[in-house]
Ligand binder design. Sequence first.
Ligand code: PMT
Length: 399
Amino acid sequence: MKKHLVVGITGGIASYKALDVISRFKKLGFIFNVIMTENACKFVTPLSFQTISGNYVITDMFSESKSWEVEHIELSKKADAFLIVPATANFIGKVASGIADDMLTTAVMAAKCPIILVPSMNTNMYENKIVQNNLNTLRGYGMEVIEPEEGLLACGDHGKGKLPEPADIVNMTLEILNSKNTLQDMTGKKVLITAGPTIEAIDPVRYITNHSSGKMGYALAEAACRRGAEVVLVSGPVNLSCAEDIKKVDIRSTDDMYEAVNHYFEWADVIIKAAAPSDFRPAIFQNSKIKKNGSTVNIELTQNPDILMELGQKKSGKILVGFAAETDHVIEHAKEKILKKNLDFIVANNVKESGAGFKGDTNIIKIIESNGNITQYDIKSKTEVADIILDKVKEYTIE
Ligand code: PMT
């Protein structure tokens, strides 16, 4: 999801924390423009924000524009939301009084998207009736205010005015944007996702499984839910939890997964199979623990159903996405799977590559489409990868 955030930085001691806020949003796939006031530049350098946001930083209303467009108007049109962090008493007062005398205040004045202010200042200033009246005025104009926290302030005073922790600012901002449906570009979609390994019992104490942690599938489920989709997550045994809004169906074996996926198949518009179901299971389950007898034990394996291939045969108008966990000839094998399983696209990862595949928090993927298009991505967090996959799903969605 490429959501566009304009982050305004005003001149407070907490300005440096905005770097962490931006970095966290970036991991969620947001893109940025940063506007700094003249005073903000005295606390932190535009170069730091340029580096972290990956985009040039606007500091001066009258500097030469990077394009022919009227910059502050264009930014206000492009933005999905404005986040002002920290918002000083001066900035709050100016906007509440309708003053637009620099790039940030003019851009805010032109914005029609949600505007979220994160005030931070000395307690006495924050509690001052003028500041409180100004904040109420801005709330009345539809702006959102993330309240500062209580604590030891930079000036040595103790009280309300401290900027919340960056992780909390990100969570509260997402909550606000979700409540306004700003980020919910998958509202109305029904998405079935599989995650994790399956386990195939040999006897009451032993089983066959693989290295899947479920992180890739859970990241997809969380992202789809955050984007407004109704999500069913069919999950093998993993140590992960998910948002309450996601309907989780726990399974153990590939046969269980087969049953659960088929149960929800008709309901789903989109099916993404990120799980690593075991291809084989012991031909016979031994009711009692197999005893050592000093020689080799042979366990005959039989093949499990290929769930995705069967879904492909009855796909009709649904969007069907597979993963390909490969160790060599990644593209060739992935292309074979697209055809064999009748997929719209496949997400290939080389599980031998460092930073890709099982267990870690990152993945390195190639998206191969049924029309032959191949897009290769650098190493990214599984959260970012999830949004890339959902963005691709959206390209296939017939509204
Ligand atoms: O869980 P993590 O630790 O985060 O690791 C992520 C991952 C490596 C498991 C994930 O990125 C991944 O590659 N998942 C697919 C694993 C796999 O089974 O790949 P495959 O190439 O063997 O299978 C191809 C496709 O068929 C997959 O979508 C798979 O879910 C599906 N399949 C496979 C076997 C089977 N019996 N039924 C299936 O539906």
